[in-house]
Design a protein around this ligand. Structure first.
Ligand code: SF4
Length: 169
């Protein structure tokens, strides 16, 4: 089972291009200026089977979509459930582009098996003092947009520096 709060299918700010976004419930942090405070309580939201969530997300995808993003809350609060959701999705759409937002830094969660299924990880908590509205796909300068397959392959963080109107990463 996995806890989520909402799903939208028209986001252009949660990753490159038009994206279906699942907002998963629960985050252990309390960043000042958190953009989604209603997603923080671990017991909030709705519980659903991983398979059901994957099916809903797949159903919302159209030819116009660039991929699926998991945001929150912190999706990596439920790493095994997220692994199952993405595995189900990848079996049906192996080439689908998947982004995950997390408040953890990559170094803290680098051994989670779910990372092997993700294309891009936006890592780190939101830090108000580091906030800038000129940043693309992230809220504060400390956060990184990480090319996960290349980072795992090379054993060092490979960041992506997207343009404002990037549609395909
Ligand atoms: S990590 Fe993200 S969701 Fe969690 S408290 Fe910080 S800003 Fe909010």
């Amino acid at each position: 089972m996995i806890r989520y709060r909402d799903i939208i299918s028209d986001s252009i700010v949660d990753g490159a291009g038009l994206r279906v976004v699942a907002f998963l419930q629960g985050c252990p942090r309390r960043c000042i200026g958190c953009h989604n405070p209603q997603l923080l309580p671990i017991e909030g939201g709705k519980e659903i089977s991983e398979r059901e969530l994957a099916k809903i997300l797949l159903k919302k995808l159209t030819a116009k979509h660039a991929g699926i993003t998991f945001s929150g809350g912190d999706p990596l609060m439920q790493p095994e459930a997220l692994f199952n959701v993405i595995t189900y999705i990848r079996k049906r759409k192996p080439e689908i582009n998947i982004w995950v937002y997390t408040g953890y830094y990559f170094e803290e969660i680098k051994d989670l098996p779910v990372l092997g299924l993700i294309d891009v990880l936006v890592d780190g908590p939101f830090i108000m003092e580091e906030k800038s509205i000129s940043l693309v796909f992230k809220g504060s300068r400390n956060q990184r947009i990480i090319d996960v397959p290349n980072t795992l392959k090379q054993g060092k963080i490979i960041e992506i520096l997207p343009e404002k109107n990037a549609v395909n990463i």
